[in-house]
Write a protein that binds this ligand. Structure first.
Ligand SMILES: O=C(CO)COP(=O)(O)O
Ligand SMILES: O=C[C@H](O)COP(=O)(O)O
Ligand SMILES: [Zn+2]
Ligand SMILES: [Zn+2]
Length: 363
């Protein structure tokens, strides 16, 4: 065995040991020690106050900086959302330390009592959820929505039973969103059945419920055939969300926290910018913001936004690279991307979700 091989074997076994220690909770971290909070109190306040908490996905430093800057400056509680893809892209350990750093950064920005949740988005197995709980996440989603009903209940309950031991809150999902969801391609959405929600919530013990009422993931939420066209602008106008289904769910579960996934509005200005500077996003369409405003006033207390941030980032990067083809310092195009995302997050918080100035302690 060469010296290099020995070194490699040692580092591999120390990684295995660390994973063993985390898995057996010998080295596990609790979110409270990282300065994070779970969703319980903030959801209660959001429902009573008629606003929604932003759940922004992040995969990199610039997105995280922009989210923390916008939420701290506007004194908004915020949910930092990490998908399985984000964990694979950015490394789970790095993400954990970045999230911990986010609390310190918010304080540096002058927000004395930040309320930051680190949440697993679309957890697909008990093991992924457990790993996040053990690594200091304060909230996890277990997405069993593509499973048969009873299997969804069994898996969700297993995650709840584990997470609640550490006061980590859990989001479950009933109903299937249209479009590409995780690895599942649903040709059409299956709205949440209001007659199932009481049974699901009481048997699983979830803290919040993601529902399907016509939203979907990505920048193409509706086909042109599903939309009408605005005669003045020629732009696509999507069909309204199924607020009747939301109302029926709220009758079954009064005051229970409801979550909307797939809630990017796909701002036309970003799509136009991307297309102008060499991109190709024909007929991209999202959820109109007035529908999100309406939802935020109801029991919908968490609204998930990822694609809009991706669009803002891409639009800003394309603009810089198109206008300055000689630029090769990533700070010169990631910086403007960060600024545009900060603007986007501020707009969502203040003008759409209404979560500004809603920290429990505003001093
Ligand atoms: O639901 C989401 C993350 O879980 C994000 O939805 P968008 O693709 O509409 O941003
Ligand atoms: O719901 C999906 C989120 O937008 C996360 O997307 P991702 O799985 O590509 O990270
Ligand atoms: Zn789902
Ligand atoms: Zn989602």
């Amino acid at each position: 065995m060469t010296k290099e091989n020995v070194k490699f074997a040692i580092s591999l076994s120390s990684l295995r040991i660390i994973h063993f220690l985390i898995n057996h909770r010998i080295m596990a971290v609790n979110y409270k020690d990282l300065g994070l909070v779970n969703t319980r109190e903030m959801f209660k306040r959001a429902i009573n106050g008629g606003y929604a908490i932003p759940a922004f996905n992040f995969n990199n430093m610039e997105q995280l900086q922009a989210i923390i800057k916008a939420s701290s400056d506007l004194k908004s509680p915020v949910i930092l959302q990490v998908s399985k893809g984000a964990r694979n892209y950015a490394n789970a350990t790095l993400l954990r330390y970045m999230s911990q750093g986010a609390v310190e950064y918010a304080k540096e920005l002058g927000c004395k009592h930040p309320e930051i949740v680190v949440h697993l988005d679309h957890g697909d197995s008990f093991e992924t959820c457990k790993s996040c709980v053990d690594m200091g996440f304060s909230s996890v989603m277990i997405d069993g929505s593509s499973l048969p009903y009873e299997e969804n209940i069994a898996l969700t309950k297993k995650v709840v039973d584990y997470a609640h031991q550490f006061d980590v809150t859990v989001e479950g999902e009933l109903g299937v969103l249209a479009g590409v969801e995780d690895d599942v391609v649903a040709a059409e959405s299956h709205y949440t059945k209001p007659e199932e929600v009481i049974d699901f919530v009481s048997r699983t013990g979830v803290d919040s419920l993601a529902i399907s009422i016509g939203t979907s993931h990505g920048a193409y939420k509706f086909t042109p055939e599903q939309c009408t066209r605005d005669p003045k602008t020629g732009r696509l106008v999507p069909p309204p969300l199924a607020f009747d289904v939301l109302d029926a769910i709220m009758v079954q579960l009064p005051g229970f926290p409801i979550v909307l996934h797939g809630s990017s509005s796909v701002p036309q200005e970003y799509v136009d910018m991307i297309n102008k500077y060499g991109g190709k996003l024909p007929d991209a369409v999202g959820i109109p913001e007035e529908q999100l405003r309406k939802a935020a006033k109801s029991a919908v207390c968490k609204i998930n936004i990822d694609s809009d941030s991706r669009l803002a980032f891409t639009a800003a990067v394309r603009k810089v690279l198109a206008e300055k083809p000689g630029e090769f310092d990533p700070r010169k195009y990631c910086g403007p991307a960060r600024d545009l995302m900060t603007e986007l997050y501020e707009h969502k918080i203040k003008e759409v979700l209404g979560s500004d100035n809603k920290l429990a302690q505003l001093d």
